[in-house]
Design a binder for this molecule. Structure first.
Ligand code: C2E
Ligand code: CA
Ligand code: CA
Length: 526
């Protein structure tokens, strides 16, 4: 359950770790796309404003030049020639003309048969500058001009010269609007009347259903340029920004997800769980009484470990001991078992100095030089003697005699006793078991189970009893569940037994009570 929760949590975090950088990268790409659109449209708008300022400056300069020098007869060849000179000097003017009120009397563009009536000026700004937009001139078919008049001089401007800063195929829109009420000065592409809501002398950016628009006013606030691109074009910029951003987002996402995976794997690993369990003191011991079959007294108990996880689940040792052995945690667990025995059994061993506590050792424990000192610490701490402790070693623990023999020999020399556990369940050959100095042989439950029922296993049990005798070992039968099994074993000469028929593994307090009841009151030591 806890694992499942952690797993689903890790999955959610992993997906988030992968997705978040991608989302962030896309958001940044959106921002990039917008910024790019904004910057480009702004540069266009400013360019138009710059050109329109330049146009105005050129007109001012041209008018100044025309007024300098001796006055010439209006529309005379001399005056037109002078006008042609100033037109040639200015890049944004296409022509000049002479005005009489609102009538254009002549121009450098074409000769008129009659004056051209321009009508009321579209703009007067400042008072002496009159402007007309979209003027068709006779002799120049198909073109419309803007005319700016300084008193009698009319500068003729091709509006597209200012606004045609984009190539012919560009689908961007550019419009310059001026005056109050606003009038279109020049335009290319799309311009929507609604956009004039933003004609207020302030820079603006806005988006409508189809367009993204950037508005920039001129320095003097007399006109504004609207530069627009379609939303599809903005999307295109976002897409190309995404191509740049997303691979990095993906890379970061994959790295983060991998990190989450590694952390989760570490968290979920049994080793980490066992470490945490040790730290949280989730292990405890139960003690199963061992009975002397000859007189029925309890001679001691086997310490059996239990793991009470914080989520309430009790994990059986058959599940976590093999995992602890595989993950290199078993020595830490054994060290903790020894400490728990020292704490649990001190009182019992003081009250019953003849009883023993049997402790299960794994192969690693039998190969570790620390085992000896840990056992010494155990008897010291609980004020017991080394003969109070029996080490239970499995066949697999004895598989590497070169590693185990020295330690076992030293332990036995100090008075600790050693039992071979689960005898007959492994593949160990008798020949090398015979080379160890041992004290007890534990007859595995599997041989005890069918005692008296199945003749072949009964035979096996007797065979094992024979081997124990020949090795000079005392016997402890395991898993005795019935009185019949108990009687057969006793009659066959087995000295000790443990099993549910006597008592299940129990807490130390219960064991002390069990021993009191079974053996009579403890003899008080002097
Ligand atoms: P084991 O050393 O052979 O322990 C005997 C197992 O048989 C215990 O299971 C015990 O509860 C069970 N048992 C005893 N009498 C009966 C009975 O009459 N009927 C039945 N059905 N079962 C009985 P447990 O406690 O689950 O331990 C299983 C194994 O876990 C142990 O087998 C031992 O190999 C290992 N183990 C337990 N505690 C430790 C420990 O502290 N350290 C190490 N290294 N291994 C341990
Ligand atoms: Ca055992
Ligand atoms: Ca056993």
């Amino acid at each position: 359950m806890r694992k499942k929760t952690l797993l689903s949590f890790a999955l959610v975090v992993g997906v988030l770790a992968l997705a978040t950088p991608l989302v962030v990268a896309y958001r940044l790409a959106q921002q990039d796309g917008h910024d790019e659109a904004n910057a480009y449209l702004e540069s266009l708008a400013l360019d138009v404003l710059r050109r329109s300022d330049a146009t105005r400056a050129q007109i001012d300069m041209a008018v100044l030049l025309l007024r300098s020098g001796p006055p010439l007869l209006p529309c005379s060849e001399e005056q037109l020639a002078r006008m042609r000179v100033v037109v040639a000097r200015s890049s944004y003017l296409v022509g000049f003309g002479y005005l009489d009120g609102t009538r254009l009397m002549c121009s450098t563009m074409a000769t008129f048969e009659a004056p051209v009536e321009l009508g009321p000026p579209h703009r007067i700004n400042p008072p002496h500058i009159w402007s007309w937009g979209g003027v068709a001139l006779p002799g120049v078919p198909g073109a419309l001009f803007n005319i700016n008049a300084h008193d009698e001089y009319a500068a003729i401007i091709a509006p597209q010269l200012v606004i045609d800063i984009l190539d012919q195929n560009s689908t961007l829109s550019l419009s310059q609007v001026g005056g109050h009420p606003p009038r279109m000065l020049r335009t290319r592409g799309v311009f929507k009347r609604e956009w004039l809501a933003h004609y207020d002398g302030k820079p603006a950016e806005f988006t409508d259903a189809e367009h993204f628009v950037v508005v920039r006013p001129s320095h003097n606030g007399q006109n504004e340029v609207f530069a627009a691109m379609t939303r599809d074009q903005v999307e295109g910029l976002i897409r190309s920004a995404a191509w740049r951003r997303m691979p990095i987002g993906l890379l970061v996402g994959v790295l983060l997800a991998a990190l989450v995976f590694l952390i989760a794997r570490n968290r979920l690993s049994f080793k980490t769980e066992l470490q945490a369990a040790l730290k949280r003191h989730e292990f405890f011991l139960l003690y199963q009484p061992v009975i002397d079959l000859r007189h029925g007294r309890c001679t001691g108990a086997e310490a059996l470990i239990r793991w009470h996880r914080s989520d309430g689940v009790v994990v059986p040792p058959m599940v976590f001991i093999p995992a602890a052995e595989k993950s290199g945690m078993i020595q830490k667990i054994t060290a903790s078992v020894l400490q728990m025995v020292a704490r649990d059994a001190a009182q019992l061993l003081r009250d019953n100095p003849q009883t023993h506590i049997a402790i299960n050792f794994s192969a690693e424990d039998l190969h570790s030089p620390q085992t000896e000192s840990r056992l010494q610490a155990l008897v010291r701490e609980c004020g017991a003697a080394s003969h109070n402790i029996i080490i239970e070693a499995t066949e697999s623990g004895l598989m590497s005699p070169e590693k185990a023999r020295g330690i076992l020999a030293r332990i036995r020399q100090q008075g600790f006793r050693v039992a071979i556990d689960d005898f007959g369940t492994g593949n160990s050959s008798l020949s090398y078991l015979a080379t160890y100095d041992l004290d007890f042989l534990k007859i595995d439950k599997s041989f005890v189970d069918d005692l008296g029922n199945d003749p072949s296993s009964t035979q096996m049990a007797f065979h094992i009893i024979q081997i124990a005798r020949s090795l000079g070992l005392q016997m402890i039968a395991e898993g005795v569940e019935t009185e019949r099994q108990r009687d057969i074993l006793r009659d066959a000469g087995v000295q000790f037994a443990q099993g549910y028929v006597f008592g299940k593994p129990m807490p130390m307090a219960d064991l002390a009570e069990f021993i009191r009841q079974r053996n009579g009151p403890a003899v008080d030591k002097p």
